[in-house]
Design a protein around this ligand. Structure first.
Ligand code: SF4
Length: 385
């Protein structure tokens, strides 16, 4: 099986001092969950992740105010390969690129700003920024934020929409003669991650792929979900870099990297996990947190939700817990019950319907009531059939 990891046919690119793609070893990366403006904490976490074996460390940036922090973080992390996530503000790329080794943009977030410009114009500019600053690009497609133009083009087929969106951006890179890029196609459902990456890899076998299962949640379930997708894909020679996204307190964040390396070692040795019926019952998804997290009580809350809901294990119900108001409201829409965390309160939802917001200390009994109600609805619906 070791051979599968060596048989990757993608082109090789360099990101800082790290080689990605082709016959380079699969690179494990991770992301700082600290606030980027907290320079000391972010520098410490970047080193924590790199020391655990992260070949690339990502930080996120939302606004111009954080640019001086990125500059200072770069100065204090000379040996770390840094990637910056432009989130929803691609326009700051030219001011952060001088301080990092890679920029990540989300094709689903380009239409929000500078509406008078075409997507092609915006990507062309990002490529110029990357060239001028000698950095690589990640085209980071996410099922939770697919570009509306592709959702409209492939109604009811989200997988086609994300694969075609990624392929379109690769075509743009080709048209600008830019080859130093990777693509990621992420979702919280490992089966979708497998389908999307297999389809994309057939479509563009030359393009290096970064694998991720978003919002995989707390260990051990989050690790199992991730393994389900990564093992199969890596064994098919798909995946040049990986990130394991786990909900962990900051002092344990490096465990993401250790788990990533363990998965690669196990695939190389032909050791695979078998999880019959995984996903048949209660599914708790939670984000890995990032610089946007509004209250670190979110991690504790995710753990408490897991403990509180064990009695509902056999029901096929999804509960989502997200750490911020930016992605939280949207990312919880598809869950049966959703919680997204603000600075002092937690918002509770049933699918896309708001149920109310509660103090961190008060939300668990409310969740329990809603879960009991949902189970009763499901049970009576089954009895009626
Ligand atoms: S939901 Fe918010 S805090 Fe959580 S990873 Fe996504 S952007 Fe970061």
């Amino acid at each position: 099986m070791d051979q599968a990891l060596k048989d990757r046919k993608t082109r090789q690119i360099t990101i800082g001092g790290t080689k990605v793609g082709g016959n380079a070893p699969v690179v494990v990366q991770s992301m700082c969950a600290t606030r980027t403006i907290d320079i000391d904490e972010t520098v410490a976490q970047a080193h924590q992740l790199a020391n655990a074996g992260a070949g690339i460390v990502r930080i996120a940036i939302d606004s111009e105010k954080e640019i001086p922090a990125v500059k200072e973080i770069r100065k204090q992390t000379k040996g770390v390969v840094l990637s910056v996530d432009l989130q929803e503000n691609y326009k700051i790329a030219d001011r952060v690129a001088p301080h990092v080794d890679k920029i990540r943009y989300n094709p689903g977030h380009l239409h929000h700003i500078e509406k008078s410009k075409t997507i092609e114009q915006k990507v062309k500019w990002l490529v110029e920024v990357a060239r001028d600053n000698d950095v690589a690009i990640r085209i980071g497609v996410n099922c939770g934020s697919v570009a509306p133009a592709f959702l409209d083009k492939y109604p009811g087929d989200q997988l086609a929409a994300i694969v075609e969106s990624a392929a379109y951006h690769c075509d743009l890179m080709d048209s600008f003669g830019f080859t130093r890029f990777v693509v990621s196609l992420k979702d919280s459902d490992p089966v979708k991650v497998m389908d999307a990456n297999r389809r994309f890899s057939k479509r563009r076998p030359d393009v290096p792929i970064h694998l991720g299962v978003t919002e995989a949640g707390l260990p051990p379930d989050g690790i199992i979900k991730t393994r389900i997708a990564f093992e199969k894909l890596l064994a098919q020679s798909i995946g040049d870099t990986i990130r394991v996204s786990l909900t962990l307190p900051n002092e344990r964040k490096h465990e993401e990297v250790l788990v990533g390396h363990k998965i690669i070692q196990d695939v190389a040795a032909g050791r695979f996990i078998s999880v019959p019926d995984f996903g048949a019952g209660l599914n708790i998804i939670s984000c890995p947190s990032c610089s946007r997290v509004e209250n670190m009580k979110f991690v504790e809350l995710a753990q408490q939700v897991k403990e509180l809901t064990t009695y509902a294990e056999k029901y096929k119900i999804t509960i989502a817990i997200m750490g911020c108001r930016v992605n939280g409201p949207g990312e919880t829409d598809d869950a049966d019950l959703g919680l997204w965390c603000g600075p002092t309160t937690v918002n509770l939802k049933k699918k896309d319907r708001k149920l109310g917001y509660y103090a961190y200390e008060e939300v668990l009994p409310k969740l329990r009531t809603e879960l009991d109600r949902l189970i009763a609805e499901r049970t009576s619906a089954t009895a009626a059939n």
